[in-house]
Design a protein around this ligand. Structure first.
Ligand SMILES: CC(=O)SCCNC(=O)CCNC(=O)[C@H](O)C(C)(C)COP(=O)(O)OP(=O)(O)OC[C@H]1O[C@@H](n2cnc3c(N)ncnc32)[C@H](O)[C@@H]1OP(=O)(O)O
Ligand SMILES: CC(C)C(=O)C(=O)O
Ligand SMILES: [Mg+2]
Length: 549
């Protein structure tokens, strides 16, 4: 496909259609390109949600990944919750450099001591204290009056300041708090020493216009507001967390609290990858920058999914499998002419290798012809039309048409009988523990009818299997991705293995289906290897192929 640079800038000047602020006159607009701090709370707000628990080594590994991603602040946890939480946080504080490390505490002496102890070894530490401020929470949860809540907040901030200079104060349920009381308690927190004022939409209740106006109001009405950085912490109960966080930035927030993949309480928090890319792609609109290395967004998202077992949905922005995949013919045709037609950012910039053209029921001739050419088949129009008809019939039966299916269509044969190695037998043994040595043996039928057997060991059963296949075929593949998913349900469910490999600079993919996932994996691997050996042996001459019609 064409790889020309997308020009996705859109109209040169986008008019800001912003609601009137409560205190317009008093507020200077934020400086162009101002730094918005990214505060990641995947290890705290994210981890405290169902299905997202992590062990201490997993938290440490993920904290390193967040630091490499370039987040400004990593919230390592809520130390008062358990001894294990303190130990995990301490391990992070000992090792992770490059980001400020924060720990959460209630306005409660014991919590604050635990948080401070956790961050002892951190090079840059922040104590984060919070208390609820909304009438609902004051009355029903805390049983405290306005004055008592302010007293507790001031006590918490002052105690935190005895340990660290960097103290964040959060007014839990701020978006359902009376604005004048919110301004009052924020002012008291600044006077007590808070350097960051976090305004959480704890239950994901607000709207973009409302939160923007609130930030403008607070910046104008909190006593000594200029001494603190304003921060947004939005939840996604109405699916507005990212939009609300962006609006908060427009209202003057210079820190946004978010999580990778948007994990967090209930429907989750503002998704870091979405917020960062919105600021990045629409930089002409937002005038704000972060120091996130965007190419690490996908690897970091994948790491979190692997650690927690919580997969992102296919159509998730930025990091979902479909984020840069195109199946419909009209879009594919446009993409092949200029990828800016249907993509507003480059997949490479967020960690993908490239956009994906998926051939299926909705695809057209342009995409089919492009894929056939990349497989070495240059067909004239009449032959292309003929193959296209066969392709559509096949696509009605299959969800996705793979390269091996296309080769079979063009060559007029069945996919499994295509020239190359075929699997006759495989045996894999594996185990758990220091003494286990995953081992695989395979027997293949080669293109000339001969048989070849090989065995290999590996770090795991699939690794051993692929190593044995490499020995038997004499083809080494650099595997970029390997995925297994079920395509049917029940005891006899079919598993589909998909392998993507990089060979001679090209990305090739293969897939296999079987009730045995190791067999499916072997078929997927062999599909690629057979294509490599065919290409290497002799690129098919277009004339010869056209003659097979
Ligand atoms: C919006 C948020 O994300 S807030 C963070 C939420 N995260 C978590 O709760 C995870 C960690 N929590 C825990 O492990 C436990 O809740 C603990 C260890 C902190 C406390 O456990 P317990 O002492 O058994 O209290 P429990 O959780 O039942 O109730 C919370 C208590 O904290 C009080 N509290 C709640 N928020 C605050 C606050 N910001 N400042 C002071 N006290 C608070 C409540 O009033 C209640 O007090 P009470 O026990 O006197 O009635
Ligand atoms: C503790 C605070 C920051 C929070 O997570 C919330 O209010 O959602
Ligand atoms: Mg929260």
């Amino acid at each position: 496909m064409s790889t020309s640079e997308p020009d996705v800038s859109g109209p040169a000047h986008v008019t800001r259609d912003c609601p009137a602020s409560i205190a317009d006159a008093a507020i200077a607009p934020p400086a162009p390109g101002e730094h918005v701090r990214i505060f990641d709370t995947s290890l705290r707000d994210g981890e405290q949600s169902p299905g997202c628990s992590m062990t201490a080594p997993q938290k440490l590994r993920f904290a390193h990944a967040l630091s490499e991603l370039g987040v400004d602040v990593i919230e390592v946890g809520f130390p008062a919750s358990s001894v294990a939480e303190i130990d995990a946080g301490r391990a992070i504080a000992r090792e992770v450099r490059g980001s400020t490390l924060a720990a959460l505490a209630r306005c409660h002496a014991g919590d604050i001591e635990a948080a401070a102890r956790t961050l002892d070894a951190a090079r840059a530490a922040r104590l984060h204290v919070f208390i609820s401020t909304s009438p609902l929470h004051r009355e029903h949860k805390l049983g405290l009056s306005r004055e008592q809540v302010i007293e507790r907040a001031v006590m918490g901030v002052e105690l935190a300041r005895r340990h660290f200079d960097d103290v964040e104060f959060s007014a839990e349920d701020a978006l359902r708090t009376e604005p004048d009381f919110l301004a009052e308690i924020c002012g008291a927190a600044v006077a007590a020493g808070a350097t960051t004022l976090n305004i959480p939409d704890t239950v994901g209740y607000t709207t973009p216009a409302e939160i923007r106006a609130l930030f403008e109001y607070l910046r104008a009405n909190v006593r000594d507001a200029h001494r603190a950085v304003f921060s947004a912490h939005c939840h996604d109960d109405l699916g507005l967390a990212v939009a609300n966080s962006l609006a908060a930035i427009e209202g003057g927030a210079r820190q946004v609290e978010c999580t990778i993949n948007g994990i967090g309480e209930r429907a989750g928090n503002c998704a870091l990858e979405e917020l960062v890319m919105a600021l990045n792609v629409r930089s002409g609109y937002f005038d704000a920058r972060t120091r996130i290395d965007t190419r690490r967004l996908l690897p970091t998202s994948r790491l979190l999914s692997r650690i927690t077992g919580m997969q992102v949905q296919r159509n998730k922005a930025i990091v979902g499998q479909n984020a840069f995949a195109h199946e419909s013919g009209i879009h594919q045709h446009g993409m092949l002419k200029h990828r800016g037609t249907y993509e507003i950012m480059r997949p490479e910039d967020v960690g993908w290798v490239q956009s994906q053209i998926v051939l299926g029921r909705h695809s057209g001739r342009a995409a089919l012809s492009d894929r056939l050419q990349s497989l070495g088949f240059a067909l004239d129009e009449a032959r292309l039309n003929q193959v296209f008809a066969g392709f559509k019939t096949l696509a009605e039966k299959k969800r996705e048409v793979f390269d091996a299916d296309l080769e079979a269509l063009v060559l007029g044969t069945d996919a499994p009988t295509l020239h190359g190695h075929r699997l006759l037998h495989l045996h894999v043994s594996t185990g758990v523990g220091d003494d286990s040595l995953p081992t695989a043996s395979v027997r293949l039928l080669d293109a000339d009818g001969g048989q070849v057997s090989e065995a290999a060991v590996g770090d795991g059963p699939v690794h051993a299997l692929f190593a044995a296949l490499a020995r038997a075929t004499g083809i080494a593949l650099h595997i970029d991705s390997y995925q297994v998913s079920s395509v049917t349900t029940g005891d006899d469910a079919q598993g589909q293995a998909s392998v993507t490999a990089r060979v001679d600079g090209a990305e090739l993919s293969g897939s296999g289906t079987s009730t045995d996932i190791l067999e499916a994996s072997a078929h997927a691997w062999l599909e690629i290897a057979n294509r490599v050996s065919r290409t290497r042996a002799a690129a098919p001459s277009p004339q010869r192929i056209a003659a097979t019609a």
